[in-house]
Design a protein around this ligand. Structure first.
Ligand code: PEP
Ligand code: MG
Length: 328
């Protein structure tokens, strides 16, 4: 099967009824970029910039950050790279960065992390913004913010980047052609602000790891809870539908970048909801591509909509039976 997946490397990721699904990889280290060539993925849909911070003994300097970002962009060539600003704090604590003062966090996943920490310590964010903007000179920079919970947090982060861009331009530095700004959607409350948020965005990326942990109030890393709730539950899929429908109507591209998208049956359900962009672990590209190339998306869309409108029985079993019955 490995060989069969490898043989798909150069084949288009298009469903049987002609829908192109953009398959990208998640990455975080310089060497992860090799996965682009190995898998034939179309880009890096999530570059977790905090990895550099986590593997470093001290806060990475601006030049070090910039060098990494430039190397990644050079290796990616024409393929898109979406850089996510640091998602540190919480359980990704950095020994060299004093975080919550003397307070231990009781709920680090819901604590002072990601954009919350980065905007409070805005020196950190300014350094990263400059490193990204300079690294992307002469190209388009795509940047997204983690753990946005209310639209004003996106506004503040974008304004910080724009101020750094203006400052660098005033210094006569080479600039990116354009900067595309996106938000992650991984905090459920943000889904209730889409009418305000969507007009501001160039793209939206749904982080199903955190999103589902918050929707089910179930720690994503807790071994006793790992099997308890299903990504293919009506609650999750209906929630995602409520995000995808207005985003599509607003013309904002939506990516799913959580682990959910790397499982073929889950990916099938996401495509059935209208999601056309997945950023997944490199090893999942082959299996997901094999699935979608045998998928009649139009037929699934209708079926899935009916199941979600009137959920009865086990949705995973229905999707799995449907996949069996319809695979070629
Ligand atoms: C997510 O939460 O789904 C996500 C993609 O980000 P991370 O796994 O890095 O928290
Ligand atoms: Mg997350």
């Amino acid at each position: 099967r490995r060989a069969a997946f490898a043989a798909l490397r150069g084949e288009p990721s298009t469903t049987r009824d002609g829908a192109h699904i953009t398959l990208m990889v998640n990455a975080g280290l310089r060497d992860d970029v090799a996965a682009l060539d190995v898998t034939g993925a179309e880009g890096i849909g999530l570059f977790r910039t905090e990895f550099q911070f986590l593997v470093s003994a001290t806060l990475p300097l601006r030049q070090q950050q910039q060098r990494l970002y430039r190397e990644v962009l050079d290796a990616a060539g024409d393929r898109t790279v979406v850089f996510r600003t640091v998602d540190i704090g919480g359980d990704k604590a950095l020994p060299y960065l004093r975080q919550s003062g003397d307070d231990e966090e009781e709920n680090p996943a819901m604590g002072w992390r990601a954009l919350r920490l980065a905007m409070d310590r805005d020196g950190l964010m300014k350094v990263q913004a400059r490193a990204l903007i300079e690294a992307a000179s002469g190209r388009t920079l795509s940047v997204m913010f983690p753990m946005v919970s209310e639209p004003w947090e996106f506004d503040e982060a974008k304004a910080l980047f724009e101020a750094q861009r203006a400052w660098l331009a005033s210094q006569g530095r080479m600039m990116p052609h354009a900067i595309r700004y996106g938000s992650m959607l991984e905090v459920p409350a943000l889904a209730e602000s889409l009418d305000i948020l969507l007009p501001k965005l160039d793209f939206l990326s749904i982080g199903t790891n955190d999103l589902t942990q918050f929707l089910f109030a179930a720690d994503r890393a807790h071994p006793k809870l790992a099997e308890r709730y299903d990504w293919l539950s009506p609650a999750i899929l209906r929630f995602l539908r409520r995000v995808v429908v207005p985003a599509r109507a607003a013309g904002v591209p939506v990516t799913v970048c959580g682990e959910m998208g790397g499982r073929p049956l889950e990916a099938m359900a996401l495509i059935g909801l209208g999601i056309e962009r997945l950023s997944i672990t490199p090893a999942a590209i082959g299996p997901v591509k094999a699935m979608l190339r045998s998928l009649d998306r139009g037929a699934l869309e209708g079926e899935l909509a009916g199941w979600l409108d009137a959920p009865t029985g086990d949705l995973r079993a229905k999707l799995s039976d449907w996949a069996q019955a319809h695979s070629v």
